[in-house]
Design a binder for this molecule. Structure first.
Ligand SMILES: [Mg+2]
Length: 259
C-alpha cells in the first residue's frame, strides 16, 4: 500500500455517508497529503455537476481543488467527444447534467436528436421515456452514464440509471453502451485527464465490489475495499471481484501508510 501515489476514492459509503463525513476521512486526507500522495474522487452519480461535489466536500471541511472530483457525466462527455459522436443529443438527465453537456458544446434536442444519452435522471417524465424509446427505435446510438440499479440514500435505495436502462430495454429490446464504473471507458477518461501512467501506483478505493473493485480489476490498477459502506466481509466469499486489500475504512489506510 505504501507504493500507491494516487487514491481514486468513491464517495458514498467510502468518504461520507449521505451528508455526514466519516470521522476518519479527515485523518486520511491529512496523511495522504503529508506523504506527498494524491486523491481524486470518482463517482458514478451523474445527477449532479462535479462542482456540486466539490462544494459539498469543502463544506465538510476538506479543501479540495475543482479537478479533484470526476463524475460519470464528465467521463461520458469525454467519451462522446473523443469518439466523435453526434452533437445533437436527446438527454435524459437533471438540469445539472444538461448544463454540463451544453457547456461541452452539445445541442440538446428531441426533434433533431442523433444520439440518446441517459443519466441518473431525477427529473424523468413519461414524455421523456416515450421520446427516448421512439428515437431508439429509429436506430440512433444509445449511451448511459453508469449502470447502478439503485442509489443509496439515508431513507433507503432509490431507482438509479440502471433501472431506467431496464425499463427502456423492456420496451425497445435495446441496451446502451455504458461509461461509468466499472467499465474501461471510465478509466480511459480518467487516464486522459490525470495521466496515471504507472498502474502499480494507483488504487481504486470503494465500498462496492461490482463497481469500485470491478473497475480496479478491469483497469489493472490496485483495488482497496472499505467495509464502511454496503459490502460486508462475508460478501467477499464467492465474489468474482476480489480486492487487493480489504480494510475497515479510510482511517485504516491512513494508519497503514503512516507506519
Ligand atoms: Mg459507494
Amino acid at each position: 500500500m505504501h507504493r500507491i501515489r494516487t487514491f481514486l476514492l468513491d464517495l458514498d459509503g467510502t468518504f461520507y455517508l449521505g451528508d455526514k463525513i466519516f470521522p476518519w476521512s479527515l485523518d486520511f486526507v491529512d496523511t495522504v497529503r503529508s506523504q506527498g500522495k494524491n486523491f481524486i474522487f470518482v463517482t458514478n452519480n451523474s445527477s449532479r455537476h462535479g462542482r456540486y461535489y466539490v462544494e459539498k466536500i469543502r463544506k465538510m471541511g476538506v479543501d479540495i481543488s475543482d479537478d479533484q472530483v470526476f463524475t460519470s457525466g464528465e467521463a461520458t462527455i469525454y467519451h462522446l467527444l473523443k469518439y466523435n459522436y453526434p452533437k445533437k443529443v436527446f438527454l435524459m438527465g437533471t438540469p445539472d447534467l444538461e448544463e454540463e453537456f451544453q457547456e461541452a458544446g452539445f445541442e440538446l434536442t428531441a426533434d433533431e436528436a442523433e444520439l440518446v444519452v441517459l443519466g441518473f435522471d431525477m427529473t424523468l417524465t413519461y414524455e421523456k421515456l416515450r421520446t427516448a424509446c421512439d428515437l431508439l427505435r429509429k436506430g440512433i446510438p444509445f449511451i448511459a452514464t453508469h449502470p447502478d440499479i439503485n442509489c443509496p440514500t439515508p431513507t433507503g435505495p432509490i431507482p438509479d440509471a440502471g433501472s431506467m436502462i431496464a425499463l427502456i430495454k423492456a420496451s425497445t429490446g435495446l441496451e446502451p453502451k455504458i461509461i461509468g464504473k466499472p467499465y474501461p471507458e471510465m478509466v480511459e477518461a480518467l487516464r486522459a485527464k490525470y495521466g496515471l501512467e504507472d498502474p502499480e501506483t494507483v488504487a481504486m478505493v470503494g465500498d462496492r465490489l461490482y463497481t469500485d473493485i470491478a473497475m480496479g480489476k478491469a483497469a489493472g490498477i490496485k483495488s482497496i475495499l472499505v467495509l464502511s459502506g454496503e459490502t460486508q466481509l462475508s460478501d467477499l466469499e464467492g465474489s468474482t471481484f476480489q480486492p487487493d486489500f480489504v480494510v475497515d475504512n479510510l482511517g485504516s489506510i491512513a494508519e497503514r501508510i503512516r507506519s
